[in-house]
Design a protein around this ligand. Structure first.
Ligand SMILES: Nc1nc2c(ncn2[C@@H]2O[C@H](COP(=O)(O)OP(=O)(O)OP(=O)(O)O)[C@@H](O)[C@H]2O)c(=O)[nH]1
Ligand SMILES: [Mg+2]
Length: 208
């Protein structure tokens, strides 16, 4: 699987500067999307240079019937609306990260949150690929360019080759695929950089 570009040149981190200078900056809205419990909140937490906004609520017994806890047994809360965070990248690009649920039943919320976004980082749990079909459907329907990041849970199968995963998820050709550990800031920034590279590559040089 392609490795993500290095984040070593990152200009600000989870504990870095939080104030943006007034100089010209490219402000980019990015969705961090994925199925229940895939690590969206964790990723935004790990990279955000501002205190992230979360809308976490305790999981209820009723939700157990719709959101499968398989693989994330220790999970006790879920995001009921959005997560929000911000990260400054080298070269003056600032990503505004909007974490959003990817289940089909959140379609209305999705349409509102996706408004104005330039791209999406779709987090996938390779232990339950089918849980990502809804979000991939939503992202493709909305025409958003996206990259797929496999969040490396310890018991995730490692024997799937890239081509097999690409086919299983029915990804559009050229869609970047990387692995990450959402708990790790550098790894998560690398996944975001893979998306940014993909977005930049879609625009002709003269339009940048
Ligand atoms: N081992 C491991 N655990 C992770 C990783 N990322 C997230 N987790 C754990 O997985 C669980 C789910 O993470 P969340 O960040 O809440 O997932 P989410 O996608 O925001 O979940 P919802 O908002 O409920 O859809 C938490 O218990 C995390 O600690 C990872 O990279 N590796
Ligand atoms: Mg969440």
């Amino acid at each position: 699987m392609a490795s993500a570009p290095s984040s070593s040149a990152r200009s600000a981190g989870a504990t870095g500067a939080v104030h943006l200078p007034d100089a010209d900056r490219d402000l980019v809205k990015i969705l961090v999307a994925g199925p229940f419990g895939v690590g969206k909140t964790t990723l935004i937490d790990s990279v955000s240079e501002i205190r992230p906004l979360h809308t976490e609520e305790a999981l209820s017994e009723a939700s157990a019937e719709v959101d499968d806890l398989a693989g994330v047994w220790e999970k006790s809360t879920t995001t009921v609306a959005i997560d929000f965070g911000r990260i400054s990248l080298p070269g003056g690009v600032v990503l505004y990260l909007f974490g959003t649920p990817g289940q089909e039943r959140f379609r209305t919320l999705w349409d509102d949150i996706a408004y104005g976004a330039l791209g999406a980082l779709v987090l996938v749990d390779s232990r339950r690929l089918d849980a990502s079909f809804d979000v991939l459907g939503l992202v493709e329907e909305s025409g958003l360019p996206y990259a797929v990041a496999f969040n490396a849970f310890p018991d995730a199968p490692r024997h799937y080759g890239e081509e097999r995963l690409r086919r299983a998820l029915d990804l559009e050709p050229g869609t970047p695929m990387v692995t990450c550990d959402a708990r790790d800031a550098h790894s998560s920034v690398d996944a975001l950089l893979a998306l940014v590279d993909h977005l930049v590559g879609r625009f002709p040089a003269e339009a940048r």
